[in-house]
Design a protein around this ligand. Structure first.
Ligand code: TXA
Ligand code: MG
Length: 316
């Protein structure tokens, strides 16, 4: 048991050490282009249990399995025609596909939470791909934050949230995309949007020539990202504000100025990449009442508004 997490640079030596840590069943802070993941060998029941333990996450939530490339999918899942189209169009990248899991595959049942489907992603981040190739196996990685807290977009956020529960962290600087991957259920003929994220729905619809639908079946597992009051900063939050009330810390966007801003130029890509860092900063400032400028509901704005609405939802 490590007392404190070791920060490694994603050099060949750092990658080897991180791969060894995964082989030893330890938890690794994994940089991806979306957010940092809390990674473990997806075949190792004890290591997966340690992820749930470290996050304080309800056990019924299944985890995303990260792979080095699309060819590895067939070791774990059935690649449907829709899944193949989406993987070819968007992998490596900020897209997670839910597919039928292989009945006698090697994944820990804790990863799928006993469901007959599995969520797979081939990340684009160089350090993540290097580690996945060096490890040469499936890596389960939820976002590396305590359950219900803001997702980490830097190694410092991982240390702050999980501390010595992570054996090693690959520090590759801030995440470029900054919001989690878009999750599509690709088991059927039509893409079902389970979570809006770093890949805009518009891009998926353009590539497949179909319209994404929302899950209608309440028996489906609900992503924790779909629970209210997820991604919550400590202060209360008011959205679509152009003029803050006295005492509110204002988060600006575009022409609406603030004490902090998601993007002074009104750039949604920049806003996505700064969103979680901004929520962390509001905690550091001990902001009690927060107001946020309107964000347009298009492209990445959809994922940003989705996270903001949850951050603003009443707390349990
Ligand atoms: O960008 C990301 O996706 C990051 C990085 C680290 O890859 N990971 C991430 O993982 O956000 P996590 O565990 O915080 O969110 C994974 C989501 C959960 O909401 C979970 O419910 C959903 O994926 N999920 C996993 N397996 C599923 C399945 N078989 N069916 C439906 N949803 C599933
Ligand atoms: Mg998460």
């Amino acid at each position: 048991m490590h007392r404190a997490s070791v920060l490694l640079t994603p050099s060949p030596d750092g990658i080897d050490k991180a791969a060894d840590a995964l082989r030893a069943g330890a938890l690794v802070g994994l940089p991806t282009e979306t957010v940092y993941g809390l990674a473990a060998d997806a075949r190792d029941d004890a290591a997966i249990a340690a992820i749930f333990e470290a996050k304080g996450r309800p056990r019924f939530n299944p985890l995303i399995v990260h792979l080095a490339d699309m060819e590895q999918v067939s070791r774990y899942a059935v690649l449907t025609p829709l899944g193949r189209d989406l993987a070819q169009a968007f992998w490596p990248g900020a897209l997670t596909l839910v597919l039928p899991v292989l009945a006698d595959g090697p994944l820990s049942p804790l990863v799928t939470a006993g469901h007959d489907s599995v969520a797979l992603r081939v990340p684009a981040h160089e350090a993540a791909r290097d580690l996945l190739r060096a490890f040469d196996g499936p890596v389960a990685a939820p976002s590396a934050n305590p359950s219900g807290k803001v997702s980490p977009t830097s190694a410092a956020h991982v240390v702050e949230g999980l501390g010595e529960k992570v054996a090693v962290i690959l520090d590759a600087g801030p995440c470029e995309v900054g919001v989690e991957s878009t999750i599509i259920d690709a088991r059927g003929a039509v893409p079902v949007l389970l979570r809006a994220g770093g890949l805009p729905v518009e891009a998926i619809e353009a590539a497949t020539g179909t319209t994404c639908v929302l899950p209608g079946d309440p028996a489906r597992p609900i992503a924790p990202g779909q629970m209210s009051s997820h991604y919550a900063p400590r202060g209360t939050m008011r959205l679509n504000v152009t003029t803050p009330e006295p005492g509110e810390v204002m988060v600006g966007f575009g022409d609406v100025a603030g004490d902090l801003t998601l993007s002074a130029s009104g750039d949604l890509t920049e806003a996505a990449s700064t969103l979680f860092a901004c929520l962390h900063q509001l905690n550091d400032m001990q902001a009690e009442r927060i107001a946020v400028a309107p964000i347009p509901e298009t492209g990445l704005g959809r994922a940003i508004n989705d996270r903001l609405r949850r951050a603003a939802a009443p707390r349990p």
